[in-house]
Design a protein around this ligand. Structure first.
Ligand code: NDP
Length: 289
């Protein structure tokens, strides 16, 4: 049986590291009040989005990041959101801005994300940051893909030269994961809903990262013996419980390592948001460590 990667434990370690890092910066001369600030923008009343934002704000407080929560009604216009983002862009105590997705139907995410200052875009979704990722330049990387890379690194298995299959091609998860793996010298295949013979691709893979959102879309017996499996997908089972994309019970006996759902990528996504916020705060305030 493969190693089941404990995302909760790894996330705890990342958070503890950030807490200590903030404490060390505060010990520098003249920085005793130094504090990273993360502004969250929640539009509407979607309970899942509300829960995600409150988890992120709680995690901020635990490591010493100041959360600044902003809630707008579901009827908010694009102009109102852009005005709020403009105010947050200008605030020196706000180092990161997170626009909680999905947005109400009448709001178009791309133009609102573009209103965020690229150096405060802690979700790494601004075209400047996505472009830097494509170019292999330094920039803010999206949190879930960073969490995926962290999990793979914690497994201790090499990435270089491996055949990696990424299932999903969204700007949020699939594409950035594929680019990060490519940067680390994996040979990457990206699959999506129009891929024929998905099973054949998976069977060849040393590493599978899946971000679809359909329970059991990746059959356990497709996984090569000894492969690594990172499951980003989230869907609800018939009993309301959270499910990943991979047929876990079978896949775990074939994989060298596998991330569970829940308790895999999810906790690391939040930890990486905190890490991005600390990093943007350091850059904006010229902290040298
Ligand atoms: P999207 O819906 O934007 O993308 C889903 C991708 O899956 C698309 O590229 C789609 O292909 C592909 N796809 C759909 N059906 C199939 C199929 N049968 N075979 C192969 N590929 C398929 O979702 P996101 O990328 O935003 O999120 C993906 C999943 O990850 C979701 O379940 C989401 O909830 C979860 N998630 C989890 C996070 C975490 O922290 N754990 C964070 C973010 C997301 P096509 O492009 O052709 O439509």
């Amino acid at each position: 049986m493969g190693v089941v990667l404990d995302g909760k434990q790894y996330a705890r370690t990342v958070r503890q590291g950030l807490k200590e890092r903030i404490a060390r910066i505060r010990h520098q001369p003249g920085r005793q009040d130094w504090q990273p600030g993360l502004a969250t923008i929640l539009i509407g009343e979607d309970p899942a989005s509300r829960a995600y934002v409150s988890t992120k704000e709680k995690a901020c407080r635990e490591v010493g990041i100041a959360p600044f929560g902003h809630c707008l009604p579901a009827t908010a216009s694009a102009d109102e959101v852009v005005t709020l983002i403009g105010r947050l862009n200008a605030r020196p105590d706000v180092h990161g801005i997170l626009l909680q997705l999905p947005l109400p139907d009448h709001l178009e995410p791309a133009s609102l994300i573009e209103a965020i200052r690229p150096d405060k875009d802690v979700d790494g979704l601004h075209p400047v940051n996505q472009g830097r990722l494509v170019l292999g330049q330094d920039g803010i990387r999206p949190c879930t893909p960073l969490g995926v890379m962290h999990l793979i690194d914690q497994s201790g298995m090499a990435i270089e030269g491996k055949r990696a299959v990424v299932v999903g091609r969204s700007n949020l998860v699939g594409k950035p994961v594929a680019l990060l793996l490519l940067q680390r010298n994996a040979t990457v295949t990206t699959c999506h809903s129009q891929t024929t013979n998905l099973a054949d691709h998976i069977r060849q893979a040393d590493l599978v990262v899946t971000a679809i959102g359909q329970q059991n879309a990746i059959r356990g017996d497709w996984i090569r013996e000894g492969a690594g499996v990172i499951d980003v997908g989230i869907s609800r089972g018939s009993d309301g419980s959270l499910k990943g994309d991979v047929e876990f019970a079978i896949a775990k006996d074939r994989a060298a390592y596998i991330s569970p759902v829940p308790g895999g990528v999810g906790p690391l996504t939040v930890a990486m948001l905190l890490a991005n916020t600390v990093q943007t705060a350091e850059r904006q305030t010229n902290v040298r460590m």
